[in-house]
Design a protein around this ligand. Structure first.
Ligand SMILES: Cc1ncc(COP(=O)(O)O)c(C=O)c1O
Length: 373
């Protein structure tokens, strides 16, 4: 790079590779209809009252939002069973992950990260000059908490855990986390990214609120982008101890969520419960249909607890995804996570899923024909 003066740590950070947008694919491929199942969005959002509240909020955009986020913190507290003082708001979960990095990481600190998980943990840690200790997955697709335990050291500052895990959709066992709490130094923190937690049967999730009440060093990171259907409004939050929330709010930039996002999130929680539950149940039902659909095509899906399904295809995932893109279906190849023959496919509406399965089936047939020639 020819620019001078950039921090050394910044030069180590890899740019985020987002999924393609519908508009990009329409333009690139000259297609009229594109189905986007590459970014784990919720096809049913925004819900009707959220949409109304966000539209009404437009006329107030000349003024800053409430810097203390009083109302939305109260609504999230009611949802979680904790108090408002246990909630911090952010610009998407991504904003909270960045703030957590800034809050805890000094150069030379160690962070523990499972080898195939959400990529931002690694980049944020590198940006702060921390040393990344990678823990291989267990049985290919599962976060290995015992493996994390084995690499704990006095230098461990953060243990980044995603439950359910992106891209595999798997959850880890609830008891494993207790071992980490028992063994980790008192200055270490478990970051539980539960961005997809609402799609999971609660019996598979850890009871993060009770860990916080017990005074464990844990932060739960959550978002309105997935189950609540507000990815474009960019609003996320965390649950943590009262003491830590003061620190996190201090480190966060002021006004780090916007009026539209706050209005949408509030209305979703207060007035859209019925629509939200309907969407959740629709996604869970379709998730099962996708799993059966993949099995019927001779593929190996992994049992998912999120709004996407990870599937082993036996072909190069990047090539397969590219061929599907030509036919107007965006899915996510998992080559970058070291799964060269897998795809991560978001659960869409029944119609979107139907078309995706058809396109996948045709594409696999083409690839099989190529191999047999
Ligand atoms: C595991 C995980 N955490 C956090 C995020 C960021 O979500 P947000 O849209 O709230 O920034 C994502 C987005 O895909 C994710 O997959």
């Amino acid at each position: 790079m020819s620019l001078k003066g950039i921090r050394k740590a910044v030069l180590q950070v890899d740019p985020y590779v987002p999924g393609k947008t519908t508009e990009e694919v329409m333009c690139e491929k000259g297609l009229k209809n594109v189905i986007k199942l590459g970014s784990n969005e919720n096809p049913y959002g925004p819900f009707p009252n959220a949409l109304k509240a966000m539209t009404e909020e437009l006329s107030r955009l000349n003024t800053y939002p409430d810097v203390s986020f009083k109302e939305i913190k109260r609504a999230i507290a009611d949802l979680s069973g904790l108090g408002s003082e246990n909630v911090c708001i952010s610009h998407g979960a991504e904003g909270m992950l960045q703030t957590i990095g800034k809050t805890f990481l000094d150069p030379g600190d160690e962070v523990i990260i499972p080898s195939s998980t959400y990529g931002l943990y690694r980049e944020i840690s590198k940006l702060m000059g921390a040393r990344v200790i990678e823990v291989p997955m267990k049985g290919e697709h599962y976060i290995d908490l015992h493996g994390c335990l084995k690499v704990l050291s006095e230098r461990t500052k953060l243990i980044w855990l995603n439950n359910p895990n992106n891209p595999t959709g798997t959850v880890f066992d609830r008891e494993g986390i207790q071992g980490i709490f028992r063994e980790m130094p008192s200055h270490s923190w478990v970051i539980l990214d539960e961005a997809y937690g609402e799609f999971t049967d609660p019996s598979f999730l850890t009871d993060t609120a009770s860990f916080i009440r017990e005074g464990k060093n844990v932060i739960s990171v959550r978002t309105f982008s997935k189950a609540f259907g507000l990815a474009g409004a960019r609003i996320g939050y965390c649950l943590c101890s009262k003491e830590l929330s003061v620190v996190i709010d201090t480190v966060s930039e002021p006004f780090n969520a916007n009026r539209i996002g706050i209005a949408g999130a509030l209305a979703t929680l207060k007035d859209d419960r019925e629509e939200y539950l309907k969407a959740l149940s629709g996604i869970r039902k379709e998730r099962e249909r996708l799993i059966h659909g993949f099995e019927n095509l001779g593929l190996r899906p992994v049992r998912s607890h999120a709004n996407f399904v990870f599937v082993e295809t036996g072909f190069n995932g990047a090539i397969l995804a590219d061929m599907m893109l030509d036919k107007g279906v965006i899915v996510r190849p998992c080559n970058g996570w070291d799964y060269p023959s897998s795809l991560r496919i978001t659960v869409g509406t029944p119609r979107e899923n139907e078309i995706m399965l058809l396109v996948l089936s045709e594409t696999l047939e083409d690839l099989r024909k190529e191999v047999s020639h």
